[in-house]
Design a protein around this ligand. Structure first.
Ligand code: ZN
Length: 113
């Protein structure tokens, strides 16, 4: 999904008072380890001019099922309830929701690099 596709999808849901602009959306996606760049798409911007837009997708190496989403969520997008129980991952030092039997967070467990 490109940024503009994402913007129009967010818009159609109508749940936001203000929509993120292009650059804040870029920053948000760069910071979120749930999302990766999956390629490029040539977008026709008129007059036969085509520009390359980045295409983003969910990182399938980390997110395998819907329930993985809350365990890989960045602290900034957690609810207050989640923040209260989030702990520092010993490996990446990020605050995440970590199951008791896990030694580190879901992202560290699944990231290969
Ligand atoms: Zn970690």
């Amino acid at each position: 999904m490109t940024r503009s596709a994402m913007t129009s999808m967010l818009h159609s849901q109508g749940e936001f008072r203000t929509l993120p602009n292009d650059s804040s959306l870029t920053a948000m996606m760069a910071k979120n380890s749930q999302i990766i760049q999956v390629g490029h798409e040539n977008v026709d911007v008129g007059e036969g001019v085509k520009v390359k837009h980045k295409v983003y997708g969910i990182d399938g190496a980390i997110i395998k099922e819907a329930s993985d989403l809350i365990y890989s969520r960045p602290y900034s997008s957690m609810t207050q309830k989640e923040r209260d129980i989030a702990v520092h991952c010993p490996k990446c030092k990020q605050k995440r929701l970590i199951k008791e039997r896990w030694s580190d967070c879901l992202i560290c467990q699944r990231k290969t690099e």
